[in-house]
Design a protein around this ligand. Structure first.
Ligand code: RTP
Ligand code: MG
Length: 139
């Protein structure tokens, strides 16, 4: 079943560099509605839980340190075909491979500090949204 929601985070590098407003503008201009939003700082443990699917990957510890290094903007977004369309809008994980016009092409600094997160499936979008928000916080 496809749903019309996805989950995103503006990552610590993009927040620290003052790109949150520009990124949200690109997200809204692409037709996504913000349904929930929260600014917070993850602990290393919370980042580890969130990215536990990558536990065995060589970059896992670096990723947890990076994602807990500063504030992030967590959001639930709504649009038809949200997961796939949002992955298109953010572009490839490695900004060197990201298409022109994508958020990562514009704002990512490296394969790790790549500006934004986007859920990779409807199932993960639902789980990741629940990680940060209760039903009453989704408007
Ligand atoms: P995300 O989950 O954040 O939307 O990114 P993604 O699907 O495009 O990439 P994924 O494979 O899920 O990796 C999660 C995040 O880990 C960092 N990463 N570092 N050093 C590296 O080789 C490496 N590879 C991935 C990135 O921050 C990536 O977004
Ligand atoms: Mg991913």
């Amino acid at each position: 079943m496809t749903t019309n929601r996805t989950f995103t985070m503006i990552k610590p590098d993009a927040y620290a560099d003052g790109h949150s407003g520009s990124i949200i503008q690109m997200i809204e201009a692409a037709g996504f509605k913000v349904k929930a939003a929260r600014l917070l700082k993850l602990s290393a443990e919370q980042a580890g839980d969130f990215y536990s699917v990558h536990k065995e990957r060589p970059f896992y510890q670096d990723l947890c340190n990076y994602m807990s290094s500063g504030p992030i903007f967590a959001m639930i977004l709504e649009k038809d075909n949200a997961v796939a369309d949002f992955r298109k809008l953010i572009g490839a994980t490695d900004p060197a491979k990201a298409d022109e016009g994508t958020i990562r092409k514009k704002f990512a600094k490296s394969i790790e500090a790549n500006a934004v997160h986007g859920s990779d499936s409807d199932e993960n979008a639902a789980l990741e949204g629940k990680f940060f928000f209760s039903e009453t916080e989704i408007v």
